[in-house]
Design a protein around this ligand. Structure first.
Ligand code: URA
Length: 215
């Protein structure tokens, strides 16, 4: 039977209390092989929350979101458009690394999280939303976008547009934020025309810079 992180939620719902409680989450089976929970990072006062899929190999080891190759690209793009990463909150819809061992060698191959794992982990994301109360939620990639805005959400249709909170967002996700969806930075790294993909990704994220530059 699939569990849920709900059992592990603390009484107090500050970011610090949530992070501490999430460290011992066994709400789904991913905790067994992962090194640690990778909780979101940033200030409770952040106006923008960036949401990815799940920690990767590097994040699993370091315990911080977006510190591996995809994260480095994301941070470089944010830096280029003058978004101070301390002004945003970075997290993932799944807080443990999901992987399978490579057939040969010690490499760990990223594995797409199952729907049951995304749903089991959701109370942590809902807790982060309640604690941070962002004005804008930026979904990085289709997994994050559909986890947040529902399975009918099409990244190809809505990419790069600021949408008022879609009705398809579940009521368990608190707040009156707008939504911006773009591709995952890992997809930019894999794109055949990486230069163009990076440019388009950068253009999507300019909305974040504009919001933060306004009052
Ligand atoms: N990919 C993600 O979606 N999140 C991370 O934290 C790292 C890579």
């Amino acid at each position: 039977m699939t569990g849920s992180a709900a059992t592990y939620l603390p009484d107090k719902r500050s970011l610090r209390a949530l992070r501490t409680a999430a460290a011992s989450c066994q709400g789904c089976g991913l905790y067994r092989d992962a090194t640690q929970t990778v909780f979101g990072k940033g200030r409770a006062a952040a106006r923008v929350m960036l949401v990815g899929e799940q920690p990767g190999d590097r994040e699993d080891v370091d315990g911080e979101p977006f510190v591996g190759p995809a994260g480095r690209l994301l941070r470089a793009v944010l830096d280029e458009i003058d978004v101070d990463t301390t002004a945003i909150y970075l997290t993932n819809v799944v807080k443990h690394f999901s992987f399978r061992p490579a057939e040969r060698g010690k490499r760990r191959i990223h594995q797409r999280p199952r729907a049951s794992e995304i749903s089991a982990c959701r109370p942590w994301f809902a807790g982060e939303l309640a604690a941070v109360q962002p004005e804008l939620v930026v979904c990085l990639g289709a997994i994050a976008a559909t986890a947040v805005a529902g399975s009918g959400f099409r990244l190809t249709r809505h990419r790069g547009a600021i949408l008022p909170r879609p009705e398809s967002v579940g009521e368990d996700l608190p707040g009156d934020w707008s939504l911006l969806a773009t591709v995952h930075p890992a997809a930019v790294l894999r794109a055949p025309d990486r230069h163009r993909a990076r440019q388009e990704f950068t253009d999507d994220l300019r909305m974040v810079a504009q919001l933060l530059a306004g009052s």
